[in-house]
Design a protein around this ligand. Structure first.
Ligand code: SF4
Ligand code: SF4
Length: 124
């Protein structure tokens, strides 16, 4: 079963070129350390995939929220967590709130088998 996720802005716009052709071996996930960057997420501009990183509002504490990663779209490119020598911040999340996890671990934890390509959305 495919979980329908209600995506809010801000979200990744993507570079218009990268697409997911095959299920990646690793996926990005955001951790509880994600603060949402006060509504201006630093991470989303690095993600090459449209709507892969998106805003989830904190219903109890508006206007706060956080960023989530769509596991159906992530290509595991790690651009949202790029680090330089000795872990120096280069690109992506400056707060260490994104982790890369093995896709098979994510699938086992959620009891979901992800597809190579994103699920097609049907109209109507
Ligand atoms: S993942 Fe990092 S950069 Fe992105 S919104 Fe959360 S804290 Fe900010
Ligand atoms: S690993 Fe790549 S595709 Fe996945 S969320 Fe990070 S930047 Fe986007």
């Amino acid at each position: 079963m495919i979980e329908i996720i209600d995506k809010h802005w801000p979200m990744s716009v993507g570079d218009g070129k990268a697409t997911r052709k095959k299920k990646p071996k690793i996926l990005a996930i955001t951790t509880d350390c994600c603060t949402g960057c006060a509504g201006s997420p630093a991470c989303i501009e690095y993600c090459p995939i449209e709507a892969c990183m998106f805003w989830i509002p904190d219903e109890d504490h508006p206007p706060f929220g956080r960023i989530e990663v769509d596991p159906n779209l992530c290509i595991g490119c790690q651009k949202c967590i790029s680090k330089g020598p000795e872990g120096a911040f280069l690109d992506g999340c400056p707060w260490d709130a994104i982790e890369m996890v093995p896709t098979e671990d994510w699938e086992a934890a959620h009891d979901i088998t992800l597809s190579d390509s994103p699920p097609a959305l049907t109209a109507g």
